[in-house]
Each structure stands twice: as structure tokens, then as C-alpha cells.
Design a protein around this ligand. Structure first.
Ligand code: ZN
Length: 301
């Protein structure tokens, strides 16, 4: 197992550097901040809001990288090994942490499975990992993350609880604006030229979802899949087809050429581009833009 070998190397390397640097007296440079490592953008964004200036939060995914095919580098494993809190969805989304966490050399690490306590949806017998796209789930994710902060730094309990409460209130408001914004639309059919990412969202707001690919953007849609989408657009006079973030919009463009439907962006927020990261865009900002585009796409009043 390649990961195991990397892991052993990392532990050996960190043991050696520990001895060397301890001798030099520079190994411990405590910032006094909690070190939090996250796998996906929503967990990164929620953690930095909860943790404020009392946490160093990092996102393992480099900006602009597609989330489903991500594999950690040795330096990422070292980062997890040196952190206080590690947050990922669950073994059905990120398949690599299980091996790493089994062998990790850090008994103080608090591991958060963001999906804990969330009712998981399945499609074609596989678990849909995009739990953050139902904003009642997102509030549970905030609670799961908060628990780790309270466990690791109880001294600042009130600070973390206050931040988490205000974040949950904003997510509840977001849910309300989706509910009211999507209550009166000419069509309920959301046609997506990307992978099946919005299953939770369409279920929550009673929409119909037609996605070109399965649960991950790793396979080309079949001719049959494409022809079903094109048929849906033509039968229902749908005017817009959505394309996804950080992947080629080729499929949506093909559908657009075939049907005359215009392209609209719909961001599932697995990760963000470098530009958005630099702008400090939040999960809630992304979802508000999505709501605007869905309202255009489904011709809502
Ligand atoms: Zn996805």
C-alpha cells in the first residue's frame, strides 16, 4: 500500500526532525492557535468562522483542484499528523484518510467526520457525499465542528459557541431564502451538465434534477445520458443548462449547442478557485450566487 509506506516515511522523518530540532531548541514554536486541517471548502470556511483568530485553519485541496480525485502528498499527511483537529466528510467521500488515521502518530488529534448524524442520501446504491448542499445539514456540520473546538480548547468555549451560533443563523436564513426564492418557478427541472452534486439541494426544495454524470466527475456521460437531458430540455422548453465549477464545461456546451439552452454557472463549492480564495469568498456567498442563477434558470418569480 503506497500510502502506508508514505506514512511510515513521514513518521520516521518527523521523529528524526523532532530529535534534531528539539536539540536545537526550535521545534516547539507554539502559536497558541488550534491547528485545524480540512479536506473540503465548506469545512474550511465553517472552521475559520468558528475559530476566528484562535485557529489556524488550512484546506488540503490546492485552489482550483477537483475534489473527488484528490490524493494527499506526504507533506499533507505530515500536516494532519501535526494538527489538533482534522475534518473530512466520511469514508464514502475521501477514501484515503482511513489508512492514514489508522497509522497516525498523534493521539491528541481530534477527528471530525462532518457527516456524523446526517441522514445520507443514496443514488444508484452509492452514498451521495454532497451533504453540505442541504443547509439543514450544513448546520449539523457546524455543530460537529464546534464539538471538536470545545473539546480541544474549552477555555475559549463562549467565543466558539457564539461564532457557531451566528453561522448557523446565517445558514438558516440561507435555507429560507432558497425556500421562498424557489417557491414559484415556471419549471422545476434543473439540467446540469456536470456530476450528480446537487441531490441534497433538489430534494430539500422539491426540484427535479437531471445530471450528465454520476456522483463524481470521473466518467464521460453516455450518448443515452446526453440524449435524455436534451429530450428533457426540448419537451419542457427549458431555457438554461447549468455547468459546474473547476471542471470543463464541455458537456453543458454540447447540450447548449444541441438545444439552444443558454449556459449558467452552478457552484457545488467542493473547492474554490485561487481567485475566489484570494477574494475571501465564503460558502454562503457562493450559495447566494447559486440561488440567483437557479432563479434565472428555472424562471422563478
Ligand atoms: Zn462532487
Amino acid at each position: 500500500m503506497k500510502l502506508k509506506i508514505i506514512l511510515i516515511l513521514v513518521i520516521l522523518t518527523s521523529a528524526v526532525s523532532f530529535l534534531v530540532l528539539k536539540y536545537e531548541g526550535i521545534f516547539y514554536q507554539p502559536t497558541g492557535k488550534l491547528k485545524v486541517v480540512t479536506t473540503l471548502f465548506p469545512y474550511y470556511d465553517f472552521s475559520r468562522i468558528i475559530g476566528g483568530d484562535k485557529a489556524d485553519v488550512s484546506l488540503l485541496l490546492p485552489p482550483g483542484v477537483e475534489a473527488h480525485s484528490f490524493e494527499p502528498k506526504p507533506s499533507d499527511i505530515l500536516k494532519i499528523n501535526n494538527s489538533d483537529i482534522f475534518i473530512y466528510t466520511g469514508d464514502f467521500m475521501e477514501i484515503w484518510p482511513k489508512d492514514i488515521l489508522d497509522g497516525i502518530n498523534n493521539s491528541k488529534l481530534f477527528v471530525v467526520r462532518a457527516s456524523d448524524g446526517i441522514k445520507l442520501l443514496t443514488t444508484n446504491k452509492a452514498i451521495d457525499p454532497h451533504i453540505w448542499l442541504d443547509f439543514t445539514n450544513s448546520q449539523k456540520i457546524v455543530d460537529n465542528i464546534l464539538l471538536a473546538f470545545l473539546e480541544k480548547d474549552g477555555q475559549n468555549k463562549d467565543f466558539y459557541i457564539k461564532n457557531a451560533d451566528s453561522l448557523k443563523a446565517s445558514l438558516a436564513d440561507l435555507d429560507e431564502s432558497f425556500k421562498s426564492g424557489l417557491s414559484d418557478c415556471r419549471t422545476k427541472s434543473l439540467v446540469y451538465g456536470g456530476h450528480y452534486a446537487f441531490g441534497y439541494l433538489v430534494k430539500r426544495y422539491g426540484l427535479n434534477y437531471y445530471a450528465a454524470q454520476g456522483l463524481a466527475p470521473d466518467s464521460e456521460p453516455t450518448a443515452q445520458d446526453l440524449s435524455n437531458l436534451i429530450k428533457e430540455i426540448k419537451i419542457n422548453g427549458i431555457k438554461y443548462v447549468f455547468y459546474e465549477e473547476l471542471s470543463s464545461p464541455k458537456i453543458a456546451e454540447t447540450i447548449s449547442v444541441e438545444t439552444g439552452a443558454k449556459l449558467l454557472f452552478l457552484n457545488a463549492a467542493h473547492n474554490v478557485s485561487r481567485e475566489d480564495l484570494n477574494k475571501g469568498v465564503s460558502f454562503i456567498d457562493i450559495m447566494k450566487e447559486d440561488l440567483n442563477n437557479i432563479k434565472i434558470g428555472l424562471e422563478c418569480r
